[in-house]
Structure formats: structure tokens, C-alpha cells
Design a protein around this ligand. Structure first.
Ligand SMILES: [Zn+2]
Ligand SMILES: [Zn+2]
Length: 359
């Protein structure tokens, strides 16, 4: 499948879905990559490792030569978005743009890596939740292929990368997430906002692993990691939606899913996601009324059993961990030396979430 969209200005965006590996109950659906025919045509994302050639085939089938692109822009450093990058570059030697943090975290730093198996992996893996068995089986070849790619780093905040095309650095799902606005008519949001599923936030604690290679530029973990940071980014999306109320939203997954097209109303979807996080904080508080628990223990009570199978267990614990970090900041819980969270008797989280400023 490939889908051609013509914006009111006449500019064309072609949606190119590629197969995604993660199935089961945490299924995201295919990765949606996009060809954007702006003044300088570019490709946004490349699908997962092994899908780069498929993407080239899809482009050929649409009558588009990948050599027409001036560059490829990476929305964020997750394998389902940049995995196909090395294959695309083998086919056409174009420039690569991504957030400046992406350029740092795809590289190996043997002197800075945590001891053990992670020494063989780049910085972006030092803060991944998956176990060694998963990494070693799925990720080594992919990371090696990215080592020698030259990246043109895009700075924080708002950046006009050509006439009518602006990027915003909206971290939280990953530290390097970018969204791209085109002609104030469309916005490609990557995994910052998805229909039907809430993007997994990072945890502030993940900053510690990579701080040695991100400092001195980034000293405050909460500016690039964690749920609070993610909520700031969501609020920025809502602000953009208020400025441009008719934006067509192109997500990194589920533009088309379960035989239906997902039309996204950006500010309504931001509000749903904010409400989802408020609800989840409320559920955690309710679970902790039973007794103090660790994030994994809370996860096993909060999520259905089918969501805790295989790697689901790690995703669930991460999800709870990021909410517990927010509840620690709001003063509603404390954490003991054994990693168990205790209630403080306060219920500040809702006002706390409301008062998080816009990114
Ligand atoms: Zn994704
Ligand atoms: Zn992602």
C-alpha cells in the first residue's frame, strides 16, 4: 500500500507503510514513512531494519525515485523508524538529518558504556528496557549499520529547515523526537502522538546512563526524559493545533489500522492522552492503597496478564515507572531503599499535570 495526499496548497505527501516486528498485545502496526514533496523533497523515516529495500520498492511502485530526495529526516532513534536507514543510503547517497541528540546516541562509547554486554551497544541502548536476550538477537547488526552514517544535527526548539517546513524538538517518548510541520497544513508527528495507543514515555532515570555523553549541553534530565517532559511536548502539540486548527496529522503508526483510516483531531487527541495519564496515575495510587510495591509489582496488578507476556513485562514496568516518577515529583508517593513506592496521603497529581508548562 502507498497513499498519496494532496494538501490544499497542492504539496504532496506520500504515505509509505512498512512492516513492523512488534506484534502481540503491544502491537503498534506498520511504521508509516512519508515522502514529502516540499521545495526540497525529503523522506521522513525508513522503517525497521530489513525494510529499507521494501521502502525503495514501494517508492518505485509509486513512480518515485529515491534519488529525487535531498535528504532523509529521522523522527526519532527507534529501530522501527531508522532501522532501514543504512539500506536506503546504499541505494541513494543522500544526506541524513535528525535531532542533534540522535547523532550522539547512535554511536559506541566503550569508555562510557555501562559494564557488561552493553559495552557492545551504542548509547541509545544503555537506557533501553529490553533484556540482553532480546538485544543480542535483534539489535547488533542494526546498530553496526548506523555507526558510520554522517548525521546533520537539528537543534532544540523550533527550526525552519526550508521554506514552509519547520521542525520542533518534542522529547519524552525518546530524547531525540522531532515533529515536522509542513506549510501550516500538515504535521508529521512520528511517535510523539498516535491514534488508538498511548506512546510509551521514557523515564528520568534513563538520563543517568547517557549523561556522560550528553553533558555539558544537557544537565537537567527532565528537559529530555520522562513523563513530565513528554506532557510538556504534548502541550506544545496542542498549542500548534490551536494556531493551525485544520492541521492534517500524519502519525508514525496506525494512520490506517484494523481496516480503518484514523483521522486525528490534534488538540482532541492531546486531551485524550493527557486524561489517560491522569487516569493511570490515579490507578497507581489506588493499587498502592493495598500495600507499598515496586514498579513491576504495580505493573502486574495494573495490566491484564496478556500484556505482561514476553517483552510486555518490561514495557509495562517502564510505563508504570515513568508514572511513578511523576507521582514522586507531585509529592503523592515516596520511594524506599527497597524500590517500593509508598503513599504520602497527598493527591496532587492532577493539578501537577495541569500545571506542567508547554515545551
Ligand atoms: Zn514507532
Ligand atoms: Zn518510537
Amino acid at each position: 500500500m502507498q497513499v498519496r495526499f494532496r494538501l490544499p496548497s497542492g504539496l504532496e505527501i506520500v504515505g509509505l507503510p512498512t512492516k513492523n516486528f512488534y506484534g502481540g498485545f503491544w502491537d503498534l502496526g506498520p511504521t508509516w514513512n512519508y515522502a514529502v514533496f516540499a521545495d526540497s523533497p525529503f523522506l521522513m523515516d525508513t522503517g525497521r531494519f530489513g525494510q529499507g529495500h521494501k521502502l525503495i520498492e514501494l517508492l518505485d511502485f509509486s513512480g518515485i525515485s529515491a534519488k529525487e530526495f535531498e535528504f532523509v529526516l529521522i523522527s526519532h532513534g527507534h529501530e522501527d523508524h531508522d532501522g532501514g536507514l543504512s539500506e536506503v543510503l546504499q541505494h541513494c547517497n543522500i544526506k541524513v538529518k535528525a535531532h542533534a541528540i540522535y547523532e550522539r546516541i547512535i554511536k559506541l562509547y566503550p569508555d562510557h558504556a555501562p559494564r557488561g554486554y552493553k559495552e557492545r551497544f551504542p548509547a541509545k541502548c544503555w537506557q533501553c528496557n529490553m533484556p540482553e536476550s532480546f538485544y543480542t538477537e535483534h539489535c547488533l547488526d542494526y546498530h553496526q549499520a548506523l555507526q558510520h552514517i554522517q548525521i546533520e544535527g537539528i537543534a532544540d526548539g523550533e527550526n525552519k529547515i526550508m521554506s514552509g517546513v519547520t521542525t520542533w524538538h518534542l522529547p519524552g517518548h525518546t530524547p531525540d523526537s522531532l515533529v515536522v510541520m509542513i506549510n501550516e497544513e500538515a504535521i508529521i508527528v512520528g511517535d510523539v502522538l498516535l491514534p488508538g495507543i498511548s506512546p510509551i514515555p521514557t523515564r528520568i532515570a534513563q538520563f543517568n546512563d547517557v549523561s556522560s555523553i550528553l553533558c555539558p549541553e544537557y544537565t537537567d534530565p527532565e528537559t529530555i526524559f520522562g513523563l513530565q517532559c513528554y506532557i510538556r511536548s504534548l502541550k506544545k502539540l496542542r498549542e500548534l493545533a490551536t494556531q493551525c486548527p485544520d492541521l492534517i496529522v500524519f502519525p508514525g503508526h496506525r494512520l490506517y489500522y484494523n481496516e480503518q483510516w484514523n483521522h486525528i483531531n490534534l488538540s482532541a487527541r492531546v486531551n485524550e492522552l493527557l486524561e489517560h495519564h491522569v487516569q493511570r496515575c490515579g490507578s497507581i495510587i489506588d493499587i498502592l492503597k493495598e500495600s507499598p510495591m515496586t514498579d513491576s509489582q504495580i505493573a502486574s496488578k495494573h495490566f491484564e496478564q496478556k500484556l505482561l507476556r514476553g517483552v510486555g513485562r518490561f514495557m509495562a514496568a517502564n510505563e508504570i515507572g515513568s508514572h511513578c516518577e511523576l507521582l514522586l515529583s507531585s509529592g503523592d508517593i515516596t520511594v524506599a531503599d527497597d524500590g517500593k513506592y509508598h503513599l504520602t496521603g497527598k493527591l496532587n497529581f492532577e493539578t501537577f499535570i495541569d500545571s506542567i508548562p508547554v515545551a
